[in-house]
Write a protein that binds this ligand. Structure first.
Ligand code: GLC
Length: 570
């Protein structure tokens, strides 16, 4: 994940006038992804149509009208390919298939067709850094001899120590333990080691081999030919490793930070060739049918400025900007990361890709709660309204529109996250944000699957009854209606989406900015009510706003033909 590049005190900096880069907006027709709002579907937990306790593609298809009503521009599907599910699909055994527990290729085709009919973009998740230990390539590599062309597709190496009993270097895996596992050779003796930056069931591919690049080109074309509008790229700063695989001076860094920070394992210059190649493939399809394709990377590099290198005009279209997702509930912090993002990404001609929640992080309702769930829910709503007022694209994670909290009291025996099983610790585990969605009814499975089927793969707490989509739709004060209204306004107001952001002077603990020439967004991060920055009723607010005030943990949008609040700093 990204960390802030300039931890400077924002009050020491002049209020910026953050104009979107003219070159990017002036060139050619509007490209849909630049300010799209994409809804992340964690397929396992979205909708189970066949009653096996696991969500599936046919289930996603039945809920497309719900997503259309919500008003998103498209969906990103987490991996649904054939996989032993050691990391819930991020361990892919066959990239051109659907895991039988999640459906069939026919289901995919029907889903793609319905997305097209409904005008929803369809983004798939592609996992190029590693495959599954059950992928045919890896099975063949295990059978083949050291030094073989089969082993060359991965990172196999002899161990250190007299009998090769020590790993080839000191790197640790992101999810705990050494980044190397030792194999038994065909004769049953202990042999070479292979590299896995995540779990042992996720061997890293060797991107210095042309066969790997060729295979992924085939995979991309397979899904583009089947109607995909683009790809979310897993671990996009991975792929290449330092060619000598030397020891790291800080071997625990990745495990300690749960972040890709080992400079020998991530962010190698060669990776940019891959993105240029993939971009060229996308452009080829666009030239053929006029449909713009998208590459959005999970490119976790130390600074926003380094991320910009991934967004050069011939590389990725976008990359998630995780600073916001890691920001504590603090006005100065939010101010700083928004400035960093808009400034650094604007230089690339791309747009910022904002994200507050995803399948790897504690949900905002719990993250911002500081022990008080009511406060957490209010802050999460306010943060969403803030994010949706920022220039660029935004990704929503399923259930955030229902105000779902993190389920942080799951019993140990139901936990499935490899982080828990490899570290023995609950720190950073991700099951709690992946609980199957509550759609309707008073008790589990809340419409996630049939009542008479097996229980969902993770248990849903009884209190999810208060968070079902059914209830949210009938309650006009629900988070669902807030998101829907905000998304509607993004569509109809030209001030939102791409375009300039100007900060306004505001009381301590309040952020206020204008978009374009008529929309003002203000957020109160404090614990006391603040004066509203302008008179009049808000166009939209994350909570009740008595006249003239902006209550704590509340965001609001105002719209005027021309806003000229007192004290504007620009
Ligand atoms: C990414 C995914 C995460 C997965 C990891 C390994 O960070 O978001 O869920 O475990 O990559 O593929």
């Amino acid at each position: 994940m990204l960390r802030p590049s300039t931890p400077a005190d924002p009050s020491a900096r002049p209020a910026p006038d953050l104009l979107a880069p003219a070159a990017a907006t002036a060139a050619g027709p509007h490209r849909w992804w630049r300010d799209a709002v994409i809804y992340q579907v964690y397929v396992r937990s979205f909708q189970d149509s066949d009653g096996n306790g696991i969500g599936d593609l046919a289930g996603v298809r039945t809920r497309l009208p719900y997503l259309k009503r919500l008003g998103v521009d498209g969906i990103w599907l987490n991996p649904f390919y054939t996989s032993p599910q050691h990391d819930h699909g991020y361990d892919v055994a066959d990239y051109c298939s659907v895991d039988p527990r999640m459906g069939t290729l026919d289901d995919f085709d029907r889903l793609a067709e319905d997305c097209r009919l409904l005008g929803l973009k369809l983004i798939l998740d592609i996992v190029p850094n590693h495959c599954s230990s059950e992928h045919p390539w890896f099975r063949e590599a295990l059978q083949a001899a050291p030094g073989s062309s089969e082993r060359a597709l991965f990172h196999f190496a002899d161990g250190r120590g007299e009998r090769g009993e020590e790993p080839p270097n000191n790197w640790r895996a992101m999810f705990g333990g050494p980044a190397w596992s030792r194999v038994r050779e065909a004769d049953g003796t202990w042999g070479q080691w292979y590299l896995h930056l995540f779990t042992p069931e996720q061997p890293d591919l060797n991107w210095r081999r042309p066969e790997v690049a060729a295979e992924f080109e085939r995979i991309l074309r397979f899904w583009l030919d089947r109607g995909a509008d683009g790809f979310r790229i897993d671990v996009a700063a991975g792929l290449h490793k330092h060619p000598d695989l030397p020891d790291s001076p800080d071997p625990d860094a990745d495990e300690r930070t749960r972040d890709s920070v080992n400079p020998l394992a991530w962010n190698q210059p060669e990776v940019h060739q891959v993105w240029r190649h993939w971009r060229a493939i996308c452009e080829e399809y666009t030239a053929r049918d006029g449909r713009d394709r998208l590459l959005v990377g999970e490119a976790s590099v130390p600074t926003a400025a380094e991320q910009a290198a991934y967004l050069r005009p011939d590389e990725l279209h976008q990359a998630f900007f995780f600073h916001l997702l890691h920001a504590p509930w603090d006005a100065a912090h939010f101010h700083r990361v928004i400035d960093d993002a808009v400034r650094d990404i604007a230089t690339t001609g791309s747009t910022v890709t904002w994200v507050l929640n995803n399948h790897d992080q504690v949900r905002t309702t719990t993250r911002f709660a500081a022990g008080d769930p009511v406060r957490g829910a209010a802050r999460a709503r306010a943060a969403a309204l803030l994010m949706l007022a920022l220039p660029g694209a935004a990704y929503l994670y399923q259930g955030e529109e229902l105000g779902l909290p993190e389920v942080d009291d799951l019993p140990d025996e139901v936990l499935t996250d490899p982080i828990y099983h490899r570290t023995g610790s609950r720190t950073g585990i991700r099951d709690g944000c992946r609980i199957p969605l509550p759609w309707s009814g008073p008790q589990p499975p809340f419409g996630f699957g049939p009542h008479d089927g097996p229980q969902p793969w993770l248990p849903q707490p009884a209190y999810f009854a208060a968070h079902t989509a059914e209830r949210a739709l009938t309650d006009t004060a629900s988070s669902w209606h807030l998101y829907r209204e905000a998304l509607h306004l993004r569509r109809v107001l030209p001030q939102l989406g791409e375009g300039p952001l100007r900060w306004l002077e505001a009381p301590p603990g309040v952020l206020a900015f204008t978009r374009g020439d008529g929309l003002l967004c203000a957020v109160n991060f404090g614990d006391q009510a603040a004066p509203a920055p302008v008179d009049g009723e808000p166009l939209l607010a994350s909570g009740p706003c008595p006249a003239g005030t902006l209550p704590p943990a509340t965001a609001a949008w105002w719209m005027r033909a021309a806003i000229t609040p007192p004290g504007a700093s620009v």
